[in-house]
Design a protein around this ligand. Structure first.
Ligand code: ARG
Length: 397
């Protein structure tokens, strides 16, 4: 029985390309519509995927979601100091948005199912599935369901005249958007393997980076970056610019052992110059604006927010509640941070905020506007419980 139309979240790579004939031959769909969502991949990647979608599918869409990605996914991540085990989560933040855009096409085209090319080992399958099922559509995941191997896929692609760009000597998988570029798999699966420079594209090796440091200033309003060096700049442009600028100084590389949703540990390499700079600046600005209690509690909230974002659980009620808390704290996160970019490191040079809970007059050793004698009374009580306990134990001896 014919099953009508299916919409495929498409990247132009081998996995999603072989899904096109598989969805017809193995699953019985009559029409396959491919959708590429632009979340800041390189232009070349978008144009290749678009050309391949048009060539191989019955109908193709390329959707520009860059603005939405920055405003609705990256800005909240900055406010939450979003980091999962040290990874700023570019892929994790983009997947729900890609799924939402594909859902819109499916509804428009009257399709009842969406396909994706995720394997059964990674995190992306869950990030896609939860959004697709939440929209009342069925999920088809051929690579996961048919348990396919790479060699089989290459043979199948050749038989179906699908152009395959097997990169010999570069056996790893890459996923990129404007927030981070991830490199995993192949040789990198051996955690003792020392990757060389060829895996990096956005960053210069720190030791070969410019010999001259560069100083930049980033201004934030309500926890969101709004200007660079005194000039107002739109979020996407700022991220692109910082990726170039900080990338040139070798900033934002990491090599991690990451705990995936399934519990598998995976070796991941990342580069994310703009994310490193913006997260460093944002966290620093919070340190002068928020109270000690807010900072300590927000650390816990930020960690939980990052875990949910990593898992793609953006429709989880807790995620929305955490966002409400974070937004409340960010109302006062206004001000600017000066940073130095130099040989792989971003260093805060100074910060200022109209909402600072900081008074140089109160804290200064050179000022007498706060009478030091007030501290004497506090000191009598300081650590009183521990002192009492010590006295009791001494007496018992
Ligand atoms: N481990 C990261 C995540 O789950 C990145 C996965 C990206 N995929 C890739 N093919 N490189 O978000």
């Amino acid at each position: 029985m014919s099953k009508g139309t299916i919409v495929l979240a498409y990247s132009g790579g081998l996995d999603t390309s072989i899904c096109i004939p598989l969805l017809k031959e193995r699953y019985g769909y009559d029409r396959v519509i491919t959708v590429v969502v632009n979340v800041g991949q390189r232009d070349e990647e978008i144009s290749n995927a678009t050309a391949k979608g048009k060539l191989l599918a019955d109908k193709h869409y390329t959707i520009d979601a860059r603005e939405k990605f920055v405003k609705n996914h990256i800005f909240p991540a900055i406010k939450a100091n979003g980091s999962y085990e040290g990874y700023p989560m570019g892929t994790s933040l983009a997947r729900p948005l890609i799924a939402q855009e594909v859902v819109k096409v499916a509804k428009k085209e009257g399709a009842t199912a969406i396909a994706h090319g995720c394997t059964g080992k990674g995190n992306d399958q869950f990030r896609f599935d939860v959004i697709i099922r939440g929209a009342g559509l069925d999920v088809v995941a051929p690579i996961r369901e048919l348990n396919l191997t790479r060699d089989w896929e290459i043979k199948y692609a050749k038989e179906h005249k699908i152009p395959v760009t097997v990169k010999s000597g570069k056996p790893w998988s890459i996923d990129e958007n404007c927030w981070s570029r991830s490199i995993e798999g192949g040789k990198l699966e051996d955690p003792t393997y020392h990757p060389n420079e060829e895996i990096y594209l956005w960053t210069t090796a720190p030791k070969q980076a410019l010999n001259k440091p560069e100083v930049i200033t980033i201004q934030f309003i309500k926890g969101v970056p709004v200007s660079l060096n005194g000039k107002k700049i739109d979020g996407y442009q700022l991220i692109q610019k910082l990726n170039m600028l900080a990338g040139k100084h070798g900033i934002g590389r990491n090599d991690l052992i990451e705990d995936r949703v399934l519990g598998l540990k995976a070796r991941e390499n990342y580069e994310h110059p703009a994310a490193t700079v913006l997260l460093t600046a944002h966290r620093d600005l919070e340190s002068i604006v928020l109270s000690r209690q807010e900072i300590a509690f927000k650390r816990i909230v930020d960690d939980k927010w990052s875990e949910l974002a990593y898992m793609g659980l953006i429709s989880e009620p807790l995620y929305m509640a955490l966002n409400a808390f974070i937004d409340k704290t960010q109302e006062r996160v206004n001000g600017s941070v000066d940073l130095e970019l130099f040989k792989g490191t971003v260093r805060v040079l100074g910060r200022k905020s109209p909402n600072a809970l900081y008074s140089s007059d109160l804290v200064s050793f050179d000022s007498s506007s706060l009478d030091q004698c007030h501290a004497i009374g506090v000191s009598y009580y300081y650590g009183i419980q521990g002192r009492m306990l010590n006295q009791f134990t001494k007496k018992k001896k």
